[in-house]
Ligand binder design. Sequence first.
Ligand code: G6P
Length: 608
Amino acid sequence: MCGIVGYTGPKQAQTILLDGLARLEYRGYDSAGIVTLAGNQLKLRKKAGRITELDALVTRQPATGTCGISHTRWATHGGATDVNAHPHVGGDGEVAVVHNGVIENYTVLKRQLQERGFVFRSQTDTEVIAHLIASYLQDDLVEAVQKAAAHLTGTYGLAVISPRFPGTIVGARLGSPLVVGLGDGACYLASDASALAGHTQRVVYLNDHQLCVLTPERWQVLNGDRHDIDAEIETLHWSPDDADKGDFEHFMLKEIYEQPEVLERAMAGRLDQSEATAHFGGLNLSPRELREVNRIVMTACGTSYHAGILGEYLFEQFARIPVEVEYASEFRYRNPPLDQNTVVLGITQSGETADTLAALRESKRKGQRTLALCNVVGSTIARESDGGVYLHAGPEIGVASTKAFTAQVTVLTLLALYLGRMRHISYAAGKRIIAELQGMPDIIRETLKCHDQVKEVAHKYQHVSNMLYLGRQYLYPMALEGALKLKEISYIHAEGYPAAEMKHGPIALVDEDTPSVFLAPHGAVYDKVMSNLEEIKARGGPVIAVACEDDEEIAARADDIIYVPSVPDYLQPLVVAVPLQLLAYHIALLRGCDIDKPRNLAKSVTVE
Ligand code: G6P
């Protein structure tokens, strides 16, 4: 949510900043801006709309200078207009600021500043920060930032420059990520390390309450008392293909097709044939400690929350451990009783989602052990949890999550196996599960062959206004996820429901214009799902079935069928994910939607 990029060094900043913003655009994309220092002048350019609009503006009016900061916005306070776009300038041009996060007490601060004669140009909370810093600015920019920050309630990742301090960028973090990039005679500042790809691999992550001071030759990380921190330099590993769509029209489609390899990577080195179990390097819990865990609370948002519900089913089935899954935004403000043997597991692709982070912090504060399933290496949640497992799905750029989800489900299955083998799963059953898991990458390759069938279905139903997604047991969370995918990128209203529960309400929606997607591969509840399907048919609702290739009866029952390979029940979510993702993709494509950057959404939601 919102991206920040800063640069100070020997080169013209504009190109580097726009290149970094383009890499971060998936985080927020309703407006963008840049400010550079040319001598003692600020060159400010900002524009509502996509970064291409800003590109066009700076082509006409370049922002010259070798030090600058920039921002791509996902609006919180104030609409997506040129004026509300960041950077914001404080006082009479003494400072320029870009900001991620939300300042909760900005109305009070704004009134106080207005009474002192500061003139506000925008409706944003950020402008308050710019004026506050300007109000404190004398001969020390760091001091002014610190004094201003002391008044702020809320969250911020800040980058600040001032014409009085040429070549210097000051950054500050509380609740919104910031990373410093170390180049040759140059320093970078970004909200996300992916902005630095191609420029440097050496980075330093800031923690909350820390500041950084960057000049071309020198970088410093300071704590709240202004003491130098001996911050650790970490090395990033980029693959040149990471930020490239290759032959695919969209990142989402590329990421759907990457899933066989993603599953391979999620399992690589984690399956232990000799013990018929899985193992993990970073849980930081001994087998004895894990054996004592008597309850797991999984907390997450969006698609990751759906992976959590699958985790609940898997853990209970395999390991007989009670699991509770809770939206992080709810969990953080509840006060549930948690005993000392309860582990709180955060599930998050980005590792930066504000609510998930807050839920884990609150749990940690209470003394709970926290674990995380993260994709982004070095993300805040990955660093702050007591232990965890990386997904190794590679960068996910499409805003609607696909490959990170299947990686989450895969890792949760491995964890369920690991915990299950400590408890109830026999050696022989463990061996069978491992063999079945190892077959999944090829099965997903096979599943991708349903693409043409899905295209036909999408074509037929592209104009509908409502859709139901129905499934039972392991496929109930998939019904939720299928509906979410469709909503996110095609803007069609969709609901996911347990197939039998739809009788208690949603069945009232069923008519000839409201198709239902039935997740109906062969399995323990197949016959029950068929009864539910008949209930929809009896009310004239069109039925799209996702069914097994060897299902000979389904053709007589469903209007349209997408055939997928047959796998054991607990692996069906991985198989079913593919047609659901492709269906949402093709309907959105036919409706002319912006698939990788759907309206109003952002990839990484760093405000609560
Ligand atoms: C946003 C994204 C979703 C994602 C959710 C949780 O809403 O658009 O795709 O599932 O955040 O993100 P996380 O990074 O915590 O998995």
